[in-house]
Design a protein around this ligand. Structure first.
Ligand code: ATP
Ligand code: MN
Length: 156
């Protein structure tokens, strides 16, 4: 049923709860896990030149060391936990609009299931879903499992 599971992560606590679900499913189905971090170029537009934005969009971080380190730490957190459990894992970091990059990756890599958090780093809970998750749901035709860190029968 599931051979390739995509876990987009922004390195947040809620994404971590989603990672747990993704790894459990991967173990059960013998699936490969793909960990994806997207440098949000819209959020960084003000501090970056267009040349840097273009480079980020093609996955080249150049001398943007801090950006690269944050990206690598986010996917490595998934990869480390996957490998501990004997699950095959692919790490990928790129730049762009997160929901577009996530939907494109799912198409390009023939992903069977996307597992992501209901919220992320901003942690603002006035909405049921964060904007990245909401936009992914509106952008992709692939199955998406949304995991809420407060969803385990606990009141909000
Ligand atoms: P908002 O960003 O709208 O202020 P938020 O940060 O709480 O709200 P989202 O950004 O939608 O919520 O995050 C929800 C989930 O989307 C995360 O748990 C993660 O799975 C995924 N995600 C968010 N941002 C990224 C990103 N830059 N790269 C990869 N995955 C991401
Ligand atoms: Mn966010």
């Amino acid at each position: 049923m599931y051979e390739r599971i995509l876990v987009p992560t922004d390195g947040s606590k809620t994404a971590e709860v989603a990672i747990d679900h993704a790894l459990d499913l991967a173990e059960r189905y013998g699936a490969e896990v793909h960990a994806l971090y997207v440098v949000d170029t819209d959020a960084m537009n003000l501090s970056l030149g267009t040349e840097q934005v273009d480079r980020l969009r093609s996955g080249k971080f150049g001398e943007m060391t801090e950006v690269r380190e944050r990206a690598e730490a986010a996917t490595a957190a998934v990869a480390d936990r996957a490998r501990e459990r004997g699950i095959d894992v692919v790490e990928y970091q790129t730049g762009g609009r997160p929901h577009d990059a996530i939907a494109d990756y799912a198409e390009d890599e023939a992903i069977d299931l996307i597992v992501m958090g209901s919220h992320g780093h901003s942690g603002v809970r006035r909405a049921l879903l964060g904007s990245v998750t909401e936009r992914v749901l509106r952008t992709t035709h692939r199955p998406v499992l949304v995991v809420d860190e407060h969803g385990e029968g606990q009141p909000r």
